[in-house]
Design a binder for this molecule. Sequence first.
Ligand SMILES: Cc1cc2nc3c(=O)[nH]c(=O)nc-3n(C[C@H](O)[C@H](O)[C@H](O)COP(=O)(O)OP(=O)(O)OC[C@H]3O[C@@H](n4cnc5c(N)ncnc54)[C@H](O)[C@@H]3O)c2cc1C
Length: 267
Amino acid sequence: MTAMTPVPYRVTERREETRDTATLVLEPCGAPIPRVRPGQFTMLYAFGIGEAPISVSRTGGVLEQTVRDVGAVSRALVGSGPGRMIGVRGPYGVGWGVEDAVGRDLVFAGGGIGLAPLRPALLYALERRRSFGSITVLIGARTPADLLYRAELDGWRERGARVEVTVDRADAAWPGHVGLITSLLGLVDAAPENATAFVCGPEIMMRLTAQALCDRGMADVRISLERNMRCGIGWCGHCQLGPWLICRDGPVVAYRDAAAQLSVKER
Ligand SMILES: Cc1cc2nc3c(=O)[nH]c(=O)nc-3n(C[C@H](O)[C@H](O)[C@H](O)COP(=O)(O)OP(=O)(O)OC[C@H]3O[C@@H](n4cnc5c(N)ncnc54)[C@H](O)[C@@H]3O)c2cc1C
C-alpha cells in the first residue's frame, strides 16, 4: 500500500442532480480514508479508465461526491450505480476553514458544480447554527434544470440560511432571478468587517464575485482553485500555479493572495 493506492469504496446510492451531474454516496469496503474536512477533495478512480480530483460534497458518516460529466473519467463516475466499486485516495488539500469563522457572518457563493465543495461547509455551519451570525447562500446556475441540490434548498432556508438563486437563462415559468450571481450581492445580509465569504465556481465567476465582495469591504474572502491534477499529493507539479501546488497548498486560498494568479492561463 503506497500513497498512490486507492482504497476500495462501493457506491450505495446514486442521486441524479441534473442531466449531466450525479451525487454518489460511497461506503468503504474495508478501512475508510481518514476524516474529511469541508473543502477537501479526493482522487476518485474509475477502474480501468483513470482518476480525477473530486471535492467531497458531504462529510461525516458517509462520503458524498457530486460529479459532472465532462470527459472519460467523470462520465464513468457519473454513470456508476449502486454496487459499483470506485477507488478513493485522500482526503487532500486544505479545507475551507469554516471552523475558524465561528461568530462571523457567512456568505457562500457557488456557481454551477462549484456548489458541491461549498455544501459540506454550509452543512457544518447549519449544524452549529447558533455559533455563526447570518448565513447567506448565493447560487448561480446556467438554467433552472442545471440547479444542484434543488430538493435541499428549502431545508437550508428552514435551518436559518438565506438562500438566493439566479440563472443565466430561463423561460417564463421560472419565477426567480435571471442574471449573474453578482446581481445577488445586494441581498447579502452580512457586516463586511465581521464576515467570511466562501466562493467556488468557474474562474471568471470567482474573480468577479470575490472582487465585488472585497469592494464592499469584506477582507476575508476564500476561493477554491481548480487546476488539472495528476498525483494529488504534491509530487508531480502538474497543478502548479505561481508559488502553489494547488493539490497541496490549495485548493482553498485567500482571494487577496490569489487575485494576481487568477489571470494566469492553464498550460
Ligand atoms: C480540487 C478539485 C476539485 C474538483 N471537484 C470537482 C467536483 O466536486 N465535481 C466535479 O464534477 N468536478 C470537480 N473537479 C473537476 C474534475 O476533476 C474534472 O472535471 C475531471 O478531472 C475531468 O476529467 P475527465 O477525464 O472526465 O475529463 P478530461 O477529458 O480530463 O477533461 C474534459 C475537459 O475538462 C477540462 N478539465 C479537466 N480537468 C479540469 C479541471 N480540474 N479544471 C478545469 N477543467 C478541467 C479539460 O481541459 C477538458 O476540456 C475538481 C477539480 C479539482 C482540481
